[in-house]
Design a protein around this ligand. Structure first.
Ligand code: FMN
Length: 362
């Protein structure tokens, strides 16, 4: 009994209904090689680096289809520099962060990167969107917000449009804009997430999506859950956290250790990372923001202007006390360093086992 392609797999030309989100070119390429559909996140890239990143992924994929994902938060400034943003940070917040940096002796980031130089603004989102439209990606995924002109232009360019949604209300909005595929991303998910659990969300999104395909996301780490997603009417599962355990992701050692040691309870939803509710694996940095007397995190994009240097520094120095990353309750599926090929093979094998188990219940 095989894990068969669903209609969206046929449309995209992939073998398995397994969709993998990653910020890593190598992970996306390996997912595609193993028969899944890889989606490359570009929300953390310097705009000038995006063309090279997309060339690298397209070279590695050798014609295989892939997608690109972009976060499009609303209520961001039209245009802004990091300095202009930083000038508006309340003194209490700056003092709090300076205190943490001092207490943990965090070094300065070594080189400019997205988090140390960029601010999410309409201008930046526009620049990122243009790169996506010029790419050969088969699909464009949007999260946190949406821009109708990007959807219309992506469709006109023949790209499949996908949006991550966390509620029926969000789903209706993006369906009205003509988005073709919905990712029902539940509370369990790593990254920015809403309050509804994946198991409750998926059937509701399937019900409003009509004939448009739905993918299930959030908390998925096993083949049994892939099959459960299909059983709920989804045409596939969309996974993010699991790939952090793949060698191809080059996860810093202390972060990988935290992910291996952590279980679902080690994740928490916090606004301390980006200003919007985001599920991460806890660390002393995240805990400091929950402690009595800590200031309320600022909004997006201000919170990242405040903490971007520290985030980069804790990753560069691989600080075992502080390092954290977006991670879902699916972290229970991370038990050691592995490879994308092994992860895909395991997901397929487990899915097929789950299907055999179900057939015995007949
Ligand atoms: C490290 C990390 C970064 C993420 N960044 C983004 C992002 O930039 N854009 C996006 O649409 N989703 C992002 N997500 C969410 C994933 O697309 C996906 O919905 C989520 O990981 C699914 O839940 P899971 O983590 O339990 O597999 C991120 C997830 C992780 C773990």
């Amino acid at each position: 009994m095989g894990l068969s392609p669903t209609p969206i797999c046929d449309r995209l030309g992939v073998r398995y209904p397994i969709f993998g989100f990653s910020h890593s070119v190598d992970v996306v390429a390996e997912i595609a090689r193993a028969g899944g559909f890889g989606v490359l996140g570009i929300a953390r890239e310097m705009p000038e680096d995006i063309p090279d990143m997309l060339s690298r992924v397209e070279d590695a994929l050798d014609g295989k289809p892939y997608g690109i994902d972009l976060m499009l938060p609303k209520n961001v400034p039209k245009a802004a520099t990091l300095d202009s943003m930083r000038a508006t940070i309340p003194r209490e917040h700056q003092t709090f962060v300076d205190g943490l940096v001092d207490r943990y002796q965090l070094p300065e980031p070594s080189a400019p990167s997205f988090f140390t130089t960029q601010v999410r603004s309409e201008e930046l989102l526009q620049e990122q969107s243009e790169h996506i439209l010029r790419s050969n990606a088969a699909a464009v995924a949007t999260a946190i917000g949406i821009r109708p002109d990007l959807i219309a232009r992506a469709k006109a360019a023949g790209k499949l449009t996908i949006s991550l949604v966390g509620s029926v209300r969000h789903a209706r909005k993006v369906l009205d804009m003509g988005v073709e595929v919905l990712v029902a991303q539940g509370y369990d998910a790593g990254g920015h997430t809403g309050p509804i659990g994946t198991f409750s969300l998926v059937p509701q999104i399937v019900a409003v999506a009509g004939d448009r395909p739905v993918l299930a996301a959030g908390g998925i780490a096993t083949g049994g859950q892939v099959v459960a997603s299909l059983a709920m009417g989804a045409q596939g599962a969309w996974l993010g956290t699991l790939w952090l355990a793949a060698r191809e992701n080059h996860t810093p050692a202390a972060l990988l250790r935290r992910l291996i040691d952590g279980d679902s309870e080690a994740t928490i939803i916090t606004r301390a990372h980006s200003g919007k509710p985001c599920r991460v694996i806890r660390s002393e940095w995240i805990d400091a923001w929950q402690a009595p007397g800590a200031p309320e995190p600022l909004g997006m994009p201000l919170q990242q202007a405040l903490t971007g240097d520290a985030f980069v520094a804790m990753h560069e120095s691989d600080d075992p006390r502080l390092i954290y990353e977006a991670a879902g309750q699916s972290v229970f599926g991370i038990r050691g360093e592995t490879t994308v090929a092994d992860q895909m093979a395991t997901l397929v094998e487990e899915s097929e086992r789950a299907m055999r188990q179900l057939s015995r219940l007949d």
